[in-house]
Design a protein. Structure first.
Lengths: 257, 257
DNA sequence: CTAGAACTGTGTACAACATAAACCAAGTGC
DNA sequence: GCACTTGGTTTATGTTGTACACAGTTCTAG
């Protein structure tokens, strides 16, 4: 990647994310647009992962030279950020949801759905705080869900960070387990076999009593061979844990001292 | 990075992680060792982040040629995985801990401590399931903490994944917020200013009522300018939420129908 | 004891990468 | 129409991971 990026310009990045370009009047008409470039990048990432997205590749896809992209986007880092922003469109919350818990469940599930459909989004290195319209809208939705609880802004943000953390972290772990083959170029079967051999070879009851017991009881099977649901049930399981935790916090907080 | 890695060899990676080399008898004595190489890589990452770790750089640090490293390590991907494994040493659990909750709290805090001291570990792309001795030992510790609850192996694993997800996700968000400057090369102040301007410009009460209210109430301050504690309090807050969730799950699970 | 096999470190080479700089043509405002 | 701004291209630079061939070293089989 050569030098990557010497310096970032937050203001320029924000302009791009929120699509408020100064709209130049002078020079020749632009043949491309930021949107086209971002969409091309997304298409490549959807098909072949984010590693396949290079400036050259995007430009080729559009039929222009590599350097032409730099007239629209300051750096590859910004392009990736724009891709994530555009890829994670936020659906409007349906009307039927009642109560913070139902709303947050919906929110978390929608959020993890983005990662499910655009797994590459998790591979884009996170360099700056969430700044794009969709990211902000997503925050707003979660906060709206919590609004009815009467908590302070700080408390609501704390809960949001905790929940986001869970969602992102779980998605990342799940994605890693599910996509070993795509990530390493080595067949899933080879990984499974190696992993199994590792477990039986190194996980002896002396040093790892609990793990060893679980392994022999075969409770590990569903993790060693993740199903097509991308650990969907597992995500829901953990989500309810977190929601339960929030509920208990509310009970304690609201109950008379 | 040219081609990065065409194919990974899980078995070779496992051999390296668990340090079970076939120990060759024939050729010249090796002047280097895997351990030295990994340590050199860790030193660089500690000082300048994982982006500064290149094969050339590591070799230079050791006084050898780039290609000599490939006699010890099959690829840079493996080197990074070894670095993470070695960097995340697992302390023995202290004796004083009583009850699963206290143990899990200790566990989660120790785990996030690793990320706190080696922030680069979060930047290493996660390509394979946890396989190294330290990763496994960490799993074992968490499972041991849960052992007393009498849950099934599957349930314990579900809880482990949820908790790990929270820990990793939160650490990643916190690290992003705390290290913008190091990551982008742009001063923290410039980011704060840009972010603040974004909030006031685009977050209008019409579209983002809740967020707008919180921003004007200044509940955002602590997030816009993360303190030295690396959102420590915030991590603890979310952790208790998750632990509460687990507790409630246990109560429900164990109570007579 | 000697021939070859196994192994180490090095040098060279290559393809891919992000991006800087100079350039010309296209369009606008004065 | 002239200066200035802008868009797309060309060319060039420095870095990256790693394939490959080679020369020297150490052990082992005969």
């Amino acid at each position: 990647m050569a030098t990557d990026q010497r310096q970032a310009d937050p203001n320029r990045t924000l302009e791009l994310l929120w699509d408020v370009q100064p709209a130049p009047t002078r020079g020749p008409k632009p043949a491309l647009s930021v949107r086209q470039i971002v969409d091309a990048g997304i298409a490549i990432a959807d098909a072949e992962g984010v590693a396949a997205v290079s400036m050259r590749r995007v430009a080729d896809e559009l039929g222009y030279t590599t350097m032409s992209l730099y007239r629209y986007v300051p750096s590859k880092t910004d392009l990736l950020e724009l891709m994530v922003e555009h890829a994670s469109e936020v659906p409007e919350a349906p009307d039927g949801l009642t109560g913070w818990r139902e709303k947050l469940r919906w929110w978390a599930t929608r959020t993890v759905d983005v990662y499910r459909h655009r797994r590459w989004a998790l591979d884009v290195p996170l360099n700056s705080p969430p700044m794009g319209p969709n990211q902000i809208k997503r925050m707003e939705q979660a906060l709206e869900a919590l609004d009815e609880t009467g908590l302070s802004g700080g408390e609501m943000l704390g809960i949001l960070v905790a929940l986001s953390g869970y969602v992102r972290g779980h998605a990342q772990l799940a994605s890693t387990l599910a996509d070993v083959e795509a990530r390493t170029g080595t067949p899933q079967a080879a990984w499974d076999q190696a992993y199994g051999r590792m477990l039986t070879t190194f996980v002896n009851p002396a040093e790892h009593p609990t793990l060893a017991r679980i392994v022999t009881q075969d409770g590990f099977a569903s993790y060693a061979e993740p199903d097509d649901e991308w650990l969907g049930d597992d995500f829901a399981f953990g989500l309810e844990l977190v929601l339960d935790g929030i509920e208990r916090y509310l009970e304690r907080r609201m109950s008379p001292e």
